[in-house]
Ligand binder design. Structure first.
Ligand SMILES: C[S@@+](CC[C@H](N)C(=O)[O-])C[C@H]1O[C@@H](n2cnc3c(N)ncnc32)[C@H](O)[C@@H]1O
Length: 266
């Protein structure tokens, strides 16, 4: 892979460091969202062609895709070498399954108009220009192909650990891209068939365990590394102080978009 711009390189490093912990802590907790994202492309007619999984991480989408679509080519793409290493482990011994390390923001032109489906879970919100990325993913579809994308919107819950941690960490950037996804898909000749919240229950042994997972094994790893131990320790103390004691249960809501490429040729 060519040298990455600093922002992407920081994201990649964060996920490299988090990969094993992410697989252990988050993959089981995110399984219901992955199942819904995959079901949207397996329970419907698809054209010929491979299935692409941008931002595959450790590739938890793989088992259900391979079971439901035997014989299809399945390719995961992820920026992080650490994630790709674990994804290779999951793909080992399965013919037709490949994993590539790379930036999934703009897909390589060799995918254009080739794929039966594109499935992506919890990667879109991390990309620099999510609306441009989703258009690039739609352009990879053949006519009749289906895109199923699950992502975290800015607001995931009114109360709970996701809401609390967001309130304690200032910033967060521009989230107007969320309103540009459906127009970007329309411009890429994809008709949105589903655009809905997708909430599932999740639990954590206690607030401190959640905080440690989120900052060591999850999306806040780059921030914790950049700001250092003292900052992270202060944030942890404040997070735990404001959290209920004991097991933490919540029901965060993601957004699920399903779109089908129209019959106009690519
Ligand atoms: C929260 S994980 C989700 C992984 C997997 N889809 C799942 O559901 O468990 C987000 C993944 O997006 C990847 N990612 C972030 N930015 C990316 C980019 N520009 N291109 C490809 N992958 C990216 C990260 O490396 C990480 O593995």
């Amino acid at each position: 892979m060519n040298a990455l711009p600093e922002g992407l390189a920081r994201t990649a490093r964060g996920w490299d460091e988090a990969a094993e912990g992410y697989e252990a802590y988050y993959v089981p907790r995110f399984a219901p969202w992955v199942a819904t994202a995959v079901a949207a492309v397996t329970g419907v007619p698809l054209p010929d062609g491979p299935v692409l999984v941008p931002c595959c991480g450790t590739f938890p989408e793989l088992d259900a895709l391979a079971a439901a679509l035997p014989g299809r080519g399945l390719t995961g793409i992820d920026l992080s070498a650490g994630m790709v290493g674990l994804a290779h482990g999951r793909a080992a011994g399965r013919p037709g399954v490949t994993v590539e390390q790379g930036d999934a923001s703009t897909l390589d032109p060799r995918w254009t108009g080739r794929c039966a489906a594109v499935v992506s879970v919890f990667g879109l919100q991390q990309l620099p220009e999510p609306d441009a990325a989703v258009a690039s993913w739609a352009a990879a579809l053949r006519p009749g192909g289906v895109l199923s994308v699950v992502f975290w919107p800015r607001h995931t819950e009114d109360e709970g650990p996701f809401a609390l941690i967001s309130s304690l960490v200032p910033g967060g950037g521009d989230d107007t891209w969320q309103d540009r996804l459906a127009p970007a898909l329309a411009a890429a000749d994809a008709v949105v068939e589903r655009d809905e919240p997708l909430a599932h229950p999740m639990s954590h042994p206690d607030a401190a365990t959640f905080f440690d997972a989120h900052t060591r094994d999850g999306p806040m790893r780059p921030l914790a590394t950049a700001r250092g131990e003292a900052f992270t320790a202060r944030l942890r103390a404040e997070f735990v102080r404001r959290s209920p004691s004991g097991e933490v249960r919540h029901r965060p809501s993601a957004r699920h978009l399903v779109a089908r490429r129209t019959d106009r040729p690519a």
